[in-house]
Write a protein that binds this ligand. Structure first.
Ligand SMILES: [Mg+2]
Length: 225
């Protein structure tokens, strides 16, 4: 029975100053001829589709239809691919690559992803930061758009990979209260990390198992396992 660790991506494993955001802005402008660079919607810890629908509501006064979401997603993925090749501001969070490499080397852990990204974007980001080959499965904003359902999907896959496993062995790692709340909603434990936009106090209010400042101290993280 392997302990399962499910990592969030944005703000937890990966930091980005505009590669993904720029890809989305360009896709939206191309399709709807609207510049959304000044639109303010809450993003941290939320799912791609929830963010997109907020943007659509503010700029178009309506939610997007499924066909529009698919078209927008395809163009976003194309733009993100191009941005990561030509002008990327995306990089792994300091210490994240070393931590994941260490966890993978231990051999008795199953590493997965739980993220609000659509699946293609998630793997593009992980691959760009040389993190992709440490993860074999995950829950993504593809098929379900709520964080707790994304986490449930990742948990279900982990339990399918190792049917002898139980929820007591599953740990969520994320940089927002949404990650921690989604862990609670699924009956699993969590660790908050302050590498995103949330403080230790904000994360502790959601009642994780604990909070770490970053992943530079691998031993500190291992103490939670
Ligand atoms: Mg995050």
């Amino acid at each position: 029975m392997k302990k399962v660790i499910l990592f969030d991506i944005d703000g937890t494993l990966v930091r980005d100053e505009g590669s993904a955001g720029g890809a989305f802005l360009l896709a939206f402008k191309t399709i709807f001829n609207k510049d959304i660079s000044t639109v303010k919607v809450s993003k941290a810890g939320r799912t791609d589709v929830a963010i997109i629908q907020d943007v659509a509501q503010v700029t178009l006064n309506r939610p997007l239809e499924l066909e529009e979401l698919i078209l927008l997603n395809n163009l976003y993925i194309d733009n993100l691919t191009n941005n990561l090749i030509s002008n990327s501001t995306m990089q792994s969070i300091p210490g994240a690559l070393e931590l994941v490499t260490k966890l993978h080397s231990l051999g008795d852990l199953l590493l997965g992803i739980q993220t609000g990204n659509v699946e293609q974007a998630a793997w593009l980001k992980l691959k760009h930061c040389q993190l992709d080959h440490y993860f074999s499965f995950g829950g993504f904003c593809t098929g379900q758009h709520e964080r707790h359902l994304i986490v449930k999907s990742a948990i279900d896959q982990a339990l399918h990979i190792d049917p002898s496993n139980t929820k007591e062995n599953i740990l969520i790692v994320g940089d927002t209260p949404h990650d921690i709340t989604a862990a609670h909603e699924n009956g699993v434990s969590s660790i908050g990390v302050t590498t995103g936009h949330h403080t230790s106090e904000e994360l502790l209010q959601a009642k994780p198992l604990g909070v770490v400042e970053n992943f530079m101290n691998i031993e500190e993280f291992l103490n939670f396992l």
